[in-house]
Design a protein around this ligand. Structure first.
Ligand code: NAD
Ligand code: GLY
Length: 365
């Protein structure tokens, strides 16, 4: 399998997303021209034992001094408290501004380490080495970092672009099946946003993806990375077109929040959110019911939910959570598709329409 490279074009902050297999041990070589001398690897207690040694050996082979630290897995580690602990560790280990922080893990490690890198000594470089499908196709690219506050997710954060992103699809073999499927929801999102870039419709390659076919995975991760790279290059600070990446996230985030972040993985919630958005698009007349049918076909073929898990939260609860969305400009914002490939951001949606579509969703069709 070849090594694919995608450039995220951001002038002096431009960087490459590498996608392939067997890349972890060669991380040092991929960066060798950057002249790093020391690296500190941040990982978690699931990923560290699987891949920490390979990455460390690879960086040492390229001449770097390497230290590492592991955090507890899970969303609970994306906290201000954990960020403080990491910052304290960096200070204690004498990390300098010229040293490299390496985030080895899923979106939790990537967001936390990225955040810490952005504030330590007013910013140190971070290399993202994502090991979940979610983080390979989405969170590691684009520079959004952050930690959660007790009142909500990602409420403290920065934009801090990595120096590179290394996506090794081999790591997906050890990913728990539910986490893998969660990432497939983001893949589906990209396929709805930019269907013309897909060589075959996603539903047709669903079986290969479910079997973790490496060639297919590398193709798909690279495709998604390319789509995200172009959007981020056009709107680094999320003031315009980057909003389309939130397709399915208005209801998705609300479902996660209304169920205490314990019922849905992020991707499962986004999957239901995309079906909801398709219903809303049909209801407000910018597309026809065919969009809902195609969403149901693609998402079901990937083994993703297309309706809220019972007992579904009451609409009022979900609506309240939608209003709390940090992206809200004071009104309710949703990304809708006027047909696949034609995304638009709407701020003018009627609550009665949303209520009607939520009921339709519960009907499962
Ligand atoms: P995660 O980081 O919690 O990882 C999921 C689980 O899989 C964890 O238990 C982890 O230890 C384990 N794991 C990771 N890689 C593994 C591997 N290769 N083999 C075995 N186990 C492995 O979950 P995630 O879905 O990667 O990330 C979710 C986080 O990403 C959320 O906090 C979300 O807010 C954030 N996110 C950020 C952005 C962004 O733009 N910054 C975008 C999307 C999501
Ligand atoms: N994950 C959404 C974004 O990067 O904008």
């Amino acid at each position: 399998m070849g090594l694919e490279r995608t450039l995220v074009e951001l002038g002096p902050r431009s960087y490459t997303v590498f996608v392939g297999d067997g890349l972890l041990g060669g991380a040092g070589e991929l960066l060798v021209e950057d002249g790093w001398r020391r690296a500190l690897v941040v990982t978690d207690d699931n990923v560290g034992p699987l891949y920490g040694d390979t990455v460390t050996r690879g960086l040492r082979r390229a001449g770097l001094e390497v230290a590492s630290i592991s955090i507890e897995p899970g969303e609970g580690s994306k906290s201000v408290h954990k960020a403080f602990e990491l910052l304290d560790f960096l200070t204690g280990s004498g990390m300098r501004r010229a040293d490299l922080l390496v985030a080895l893990g899923g979106g939790v490690v990537g967001d936390l380490a990225g955040f810490v890198a952005s504030v330590y000594k007013r910013g140190v470089p971070v290399l993202q080495v994502p090991t979940t499908l979610m983080s390979q196709v989405d969170s590691s690219i684009g520079g959004k970092t952050g930690v959660n506050l007790p009142r909500g997710k990602n409420l403290v954060g920065t934009f801090h672009q990595p120096v590179a992103v290394i996506c090794d699809v081999d790591t997906l073999e050890t990913l728990p099946e539910r986490e893998y499927r969660s990432g497939l929801a983001e893949v589906a999102k990209y396929s709805f946003l930019r269907p013309e870039l897909w060589p075959v419709p996603l539903a047709e390659s669903a079986d290969l993806l479910k079997e973790l076919d490496k060639e297919e995975l590398a193709t798909v991760v690279n495709l998604c990375a390319g789509i995200k790279a172009r959007i981020v290059s056009a709107d680094e600070y999320d003031t315009g077109v980057r909003a389309v990446l939130n397709y399915g996230h208005t209801l998705g985030h609300a479902l996660e929040a209304a169920t205490g972040y314990e019922t849905y993985t992020h991707g499962e919630a986004v999957s239901v959110g995309m079906v909801f958005a398709a219903h809303v698009a049909a209801e407000v007349g910018i597309t026809d019911g065919g969009l809902v049918d195609r969403h149901l076909e693609v998402l079901a073929s990937l083994g993703l939910p297309v309706a809220p898990y019972p007992p579904a939260p009451e609409f009022e609860r979900v609506l309240d959570a939608m209003w709390q969305d940090k992206k809200s400009r004071g009104g309710l914002t949703m990304v809708l598709l006027a047909g696949e490939g034609n995304a638009m951001v709407r701020h003018d949606l009627d609550t009665a329409v949303l209520a009607e579509c939520y009921q339709r969703l519960m009907g499962g069709a």
